[in-house]
Write a protein that binds this ligand. Structure first.
Ligand SMILES: [Zn+2]
Ligand SMILES: [Zn+2]
Length: 312
């Protein structure tokens, strides 16, 4: 029996301890990801949302990652179980929810995929989280630091590895979202030709995506009242909450801006002002390498990286 086949057999067999579950899951990540991605692809096909191209392949792959993460998190509490069957049932449950994110058909447009990709990446990466302020509202680092009222220590902490976003993080997020260079240019073209229309569309989609992804961080999920925000800034605490929630909630960001307006007179209020590419010294960043690299996201190394919930 081949090694892969052997793994599939073990994945269909009863696992009786958490340790065994962890070990097998780590060893079989590529197989589990394949299966999850296959389910996502089938779902898209069955709901008439599939096309045979690289964008849809990448979309399916990204959903595969998301489903796999759910499996890894909840699977440990389901032991004893048969991993493959558990994965199937988690996925079936996910797709039969009244409104999983993928039922929002608008999110399948290039703009929708871009916004969803950026936001879902921000859930696992602080670089991406900080980058949202720029990509959505056009705020540079200096402005973000002032709006959020961060001191030197906090701002160094959150922007510590930001150069990494410019160099590789952005490309990875876009590649995972399945948006091609051509589609990026098309969105930029729309922004140029019909700025108001694009802005309204982005506004609507951002609300949808942010509401959805805020749930991934229950501690930082709830919106605060005006008074609570005022207290938080006055007493100068909870920087993590400020950073995370305000990156993920446009309403609160506007609220905080208004609250602190006197100190921010030279910064315009947060309005949707999409920037698709990172601010770069020395030229525009494009996606040429992903065109060549194609769907190379299947390597086990990458999936392991994606699945570790670090603040990278
Ligand atoms: Zn939703
Ligand atoms: Zn909020």
């Amino acid at each position: 029996m081949g090694e892969r086949q052997l793994l599939s057999t073990r994945l269909s067999t009863l696992v009786s301890t958490v340790e065994e579950f962890d070990r097998l899951a780590a060893e079989a990540l590529p197989e589990l990801l394949d299966r999850a991605t296959g389910h996502a692809r089938r779902f898209l096909r069955e709901t008439g949302q599939w096309a045979d191209d690289i964008s849809h392949e990448k979309l399916a792959l990204r959903w595969g990652y998301e489903l796999l993460e759910r499996f890894l998190v909840s699977g440990r509490t389901e032991v004893p179980c048969r991993p493959f069957f558990l994965l199937d049932s988690i996925i079936a449950k996910y797709f039969s929810q009244p409104e999983p994110l993928c039922y929002h058909k608008d999110l399948l447009s290039p703009l929708g995929r871009f916004l969803e990709g950026m936001t879902s990446r921000a859930v696992v990466s602080r670089d991406a989280l900080m980058a949202l302020f720029y990509h959505l509202y056009g705020f540079g680092q200096g402005q973000v630091v002032r709006i959020l009222g961060l001191g030197t220590v906090e701002s160094q902490r959150v922007y510590k590895n930001f150069e990494r976003w410019r160099q590789t993080g952005w490309q990875r997020a876009v590649a995972e979202s399945g948006v091609s260079e051509m589609e990026l240019r098309q969105i930029e073209e729309d922004k140029h030709r019909q700025p108001e229309r694009l802005k309204a569309e982005a506004d609507r989609l951002i609300r949808l995506v942010q509401t959805h992804y805020r749930r991934s961080e229950p501690e930082h999920f709830p919106c605060l009242t005006h008074q609570k925000w005022a207290d938080l800034f006055e007493q100068d605490y909870d920087f993590d909450y400020r950073v995370w929630h305000l990156a993920m909630c446009r309403d609160c960001l506007v609220d905080v801006y208004e609250l602190r307006q006197d100190e921010l007179t030279d910064i315009q209020s947060p309005q949707i002002d999409l920037r698709l590419r990172p601010l770069q010294k020395g030229g525009i960043v494009s996606l040429f390498w992903t065109q060549q690299g194609g769907g190379n996201g299947h390597s086990g190394g990458q999936s392991a990286q994606r699945l570790s919930r670090t603040s990278a």
